[in-house]
Design a protein around this ligand. Structure first.
Ligand code: CMP
Length: 212
């Protein structure tokens, strides 16, 4: 019987932190499942490279080019030392044909991505930086659960505030003072999604009554 170690030695590929797994526009015939580490999916925009999402162990990516034979829709960069299980086109198709659960998982994942993308688009186009940070933390907590941490670097990327880091720090400091988040070293932790929802309502009220 094939065990996990056999799969990793046969299909595993290791990437150094910051290494490109593939670039947007590349031709692609492989899909990737993250075994350990994390991967940033980025897209080049007029304002530079933007992170769409940071994926962790158990997540997959790179299925789109394999399915529709189009170019890679985004770049994938190892966010730290990362090991991926790499499925070539043949293996991927084999799995899709044999396993309805995998097809369902991919469809579910794609629907979730589309939903998250719609929310992210709305978030990244708002000029209200407080809302950007709050919504980014809410998305994080909905995806990863309460009491999970987000590094400062990931928060900056996910909120699309690479050019406004000091503003983000100011916002996080105010949220920590209000005990909506806690800051431990280089990470931000949301202890309660309820508290952050209340903070969002507070910001909306402030806006509605004319305070910025
Ligand atoms: P592919 O187009 O082959 O290469 C880039 C990959 O990034 C893509 O497949 C998806 O797996 C992933 N991807 C693209 N857009 C998003 C998104 N908005 N959210 C999450 N993952 C994405």
């Amino acid at each position: 019987m094939t065990n996990e170690n056999d799969i990793i030695s046969q299909y595993g590929r290791k990437y150094a932190s910051g290494e490109h797994i593939f670039k947007e526009g590349d031709h692609g015939e492989e899909m990737f499942i993250i075994h350990a580490g994390s991967v940033r999916i980025t897209k080049s925009t007029d304002e530079g490279e933007k992170t769409l999402v940071t994926l962790g162990a158990g997540d997959f990516f790179g299925e789109m080019a394999v399915i529709d034979k189009g170019p890679r829709s985004a770049s994938a960069v190892a966010n730290e030392e990362t090991v991926c299980i790499v499925l070539n086109e043949e293996l991927f198709e084999q799995q899709m044909q044999r396993n309805a659960k995998i097809v369902k998982k991919i469809l579910k994942n794609m629907s979730a991505r589309l939903r998250a993308m719609n929310e992210q688009l709305q978030n990244l186009t708002t000029k209200d930086f407080n809302m950007r940070v709050v919504n980014t933390l809410l998305l994080h907590v909905h995806k990863n659960g309460e009491n999970t941490t987000l590094t400062h670097k990931a928060l900056v990327q996910q909120a699309g505030m690479e050019d406004n880091v000091s503003k983000l720090d100011e916002i996080i400091a105010a949220m920590a003072k209000a005990k909506v988040v806690s800051i431990v070293g280089d990470t931000v932790c949301v202890t309660s999604s309820g508290n952050i929802e209340k903070y969002k309502q507070y910001l909306e009220m402030k806006k509605a009554f004319g305070e910025s």
